[in-house]
Every structure is written in C-alpha cells, then in structure tokens.
Design a protein around this ligand. Sequence first.
Ligand SMILES: N[C@@H](CCC(=O)N[C@@H](CS)C(=O)NCC(=O)O)C(=O)O
Length: 214
Amino acid sequence: MQLYTYWRSSAAYRVRIALALKRLAYESVPRHLLRDGGEQRRADYLELNPQGLIPGLEDDGFFVGQSLAICEYLDETCPMPPLLPPAARDRATVRSMALAIACDIHPLNNLRVQQYLRDELGQGEEAVMRWTRHWIGRGFTALEALVARHSMDGRHCFGASVTLADVCLVPQIYNARRAQADLSPFRRLMAVSAHLESLPAFAAARPEAQPDAE
Ligand SMILES: N[C@@H](CCC(=O)N[C@@H](CS)C(=O)NCC(=O)O)C(=O)O
C-alpha cells in the first residue's frame, strides 16, 4: 500500500494512526503542500484524486481519498483491532464524534481555506489565526461534552478502547497546538489525548516521526 501524505497533514495523520494500530506496512509518498504551489495540486496527483487533497491511499491498483473513508476501508479489510464498536448505536456515536472533527472543525482551518482568507479576502495573519482558534474552540466545546458523556475511563473519547473518534482527536489537538489555541478549558480532551499520545501507534504516526518531516 502507498499512502500519499504530508508530515503536517492532520487528515493524513489520522490514516497513519489507523495503519499503525492495525500494524499494516505501507510506503509513504510525500506530497509537499506548500512547495511549488502545492504538490497535491500537480496533474499526476489530480488524476488519482481530483479533489487535490491529502491523504490518498493506493492499494493494489485501487485508490481512495478522504481520511475517514480510508480508515473505514482499512477497518473492513483488516478488522483487528476494530476502530468501531460492534453495536449500531455505539458505532453511530463514535462516527458522530469523528465527524464533528473531520467535517465541522478541520475543514474550516484547512490550508486552502486559510489561503483564501489571506489571498482573496485580504485578511492578515492575526485574523486568520483568530478564525482558526474560534472554530477549534467551538468544536472542542461540543466534543468535551460528548467525551464527558461517552468516555468510560477518561482515556478514550468513547468507551474504554481506541476508536475512530480517538484517531481524529489527536491530530486535531496537534493542529490546535500549532494555532496556539487555548486548550485549558478542555480538560477531558487533553487527558484523553495525553493517554493516546503515549501509545506506540500514535507515537509512530506523529508528524515529527515522518520521513518527510522538516
Ligand atoms: N476531508 C478530507 C480533508 C483532506 C484535507 O483537507 N487535507 C489537507 C491536509 S490536512 C490538504 O490536502 N490540504 C491541501 C490544500 O488545502 O490545498 C479528509 O479527511 O481526507
């Protein structure tokens, strides 16, 4: 398998965690998001992924984009350890937490959105950072309440084992730290993240451990 990745991409970070949890070997194919206008927008990559976004996974001639679709593909083709719990209602809850990050926080802070704010709407660095921190704060406030409701041990977003929600949380915390967001109101999220970051699979997937890290 080949993973199109960028060390700082938090969406790719999710997939790297899932691959590491499942102990799946893969080749990293880095696409630098800033070099030459963004290697994710090069014609050869657009042919694979017309969205021009990282990550993308290639598995024996099959290509799929979108980190959560990739994680669920890996979960279905390599079920152990599972990223989703067995009961339908629990699966729905875990997905709702993962999507709260992947659909409602991350896209608002994505590179192309920040570039549009700067380049097209003329916003300065401080305004872009305010925007980023605002949406992280709104999203994490809701997530903190969801974790209070659904974590059984204070070390996982849901129940007492790693799920897709955890796979999304740690990379979003990484983004929040990069944006210097105030994380002090999110005691539960920080406790969950501290535990997860101590696990070998999460450590192997972290940006600084990637071959293309700068
Ligand atoms: N919903 C997508 C988001 C992918 C995404 O936005 N990736 C970012 C990196 S984290 C990217 O490729 N940005 C490039 C750009 O904005 O041009 C997913 O979960 O895979």
